[in-house]
Design a binder for this molecule. Structure first.
Ligand SMILES: [Zn+2]
Ligand SMILES: [Zn+2]
Length: 302
């Protein structure tokens, strides 16, 4: 396997996987973990607006940059002039972006409806269980819910810090290349991730749903930007092939797609959700012209 492909794929890996945006979404939701969130609908509307704004302005921009960056080493390798995306390719990318923001907004609305529904259920349960449940008790309950959320949010913040430091350690270990250290760092990262999943109240579940759609959206946006860059440099009909990364850990649905034509033979772009791994997919759609000289018979073990 050629080094340029390895480099390109490695460059793409940390981009949407990083804990940074996860932290940002967490911070937004944490800011609204107050009793008024459970009593006053306009507060949760604000939270929703803030999340969409963050997604559209920050996360999509980061994903675009990541996509363009991962395309560059391959374009450089085949001697294609590296240009900014413009013209038709840019229009297509912009259209894609607008739809991606809309889709995120829709998913967020659904998660939000669920959050409000669950909050109502919690109130009705309390009303059933507590004798003389009145307005004052309603406030008390809201404050209890908010307290639980705050505790959950604090635990999550701790968890994210652990994930971030595990990621830094893994990156360092990978640079040095000591297999034992790398393995230990990977185990710690998995443990850190598992620990975060354990803190789940109403707002925690909402956050999980928002983060899942944000991550999916960012991964797709990255693939769209990469595709736009290839189309800009190599023409609208550039043929791209699915290159499966992390061979030994690749899910079977990605393994099956290795070296198939994207999207005709694969049913979609890498990370667009048609594989078992969904948005966690780290595969790439690489232009055929790049693979002609360096065929990759098996999935790449990164
Ligand atoms: Zn997969
Ligand atoms: Zn994959």
């Amino acid at each position: 396997m050629s080094d340029p492909i390895r480099e390109a794929i490695a460059a793409g890996r940390p981009t949407v996987e990083g804990a940074g945006w996860q932290d940002d979404i967490h911070a937004i939701i944490k800011r609204f973990a107050t009793p008024s969130l459970y009593l006053n609908l306009s507060v949760s509307e604000k939270m929703r607006k803030e999340l969409v704004r963050y997604y559209a302005k920050e996360l999509v921009a980061q994903a675009n940059l990541a996509g363009l960056r991962t395309a560059k080493p391959i374009l450089r390798d085949i001697g294609s002039p590296i240009t900014a995306v413009r013209g038709r390719a840019l229009r297509e990318l912009n259209g894609w972006t607008a739809n991606a923001v809309k889709a995120f907004q829709e998913e967020l609305n659904l998660a939000h409806v669920t959050l409000r529904g669950e909050t109502r259920v919690a109130f009705f349960r309390a009303k059933r269980d507590v004798a003389g449940f009145g307005n004052a008790d309603r406030k008390q309950l809201a404050s209890d819910l908010a307290k639980a959320s705050k505790a959950d949010m604090a635990a999550k913040t701790k968890g994210y810090n652990r994930i971030r430091s595990a990621r830094t350690k893994l990156a360092k270990a990978e640079k040095v290349g000591n297999t034992v250290t790398v393995k230990a760092a990977r185990v710690e990262l998995l443990k850190a991730k598992a620990a975060v999943k354990k803190t789940d109240d109403l707002l925690g579940r909402f956050e999980k749903a928002v983060q899942a759609s944000a991550r999916d959206g960012a991964r797709r946006q990255m693939a769209a930007a990469q595709k736009a860059q290839y189309q800009q440099s190599l023409g609208k009909d550039v043929k791209r092939y699915w290159v499966t990364v992390n061979g030994s850990q690749a899910c079977p649905t990605c393994e099956d797609r290795h070296m198939l034509l994207v999207p005709d033979e694969t049913g979609g772009e890498p990370g667009s959700g048609q594989t078992y791994c969904g948005a966690s997919c780290q595969c790439h759609a690489v232009p055929k012209i790049h693979l002609d000289g360096t065929p990759i018979p098996k999935p790449i073990v990164a």
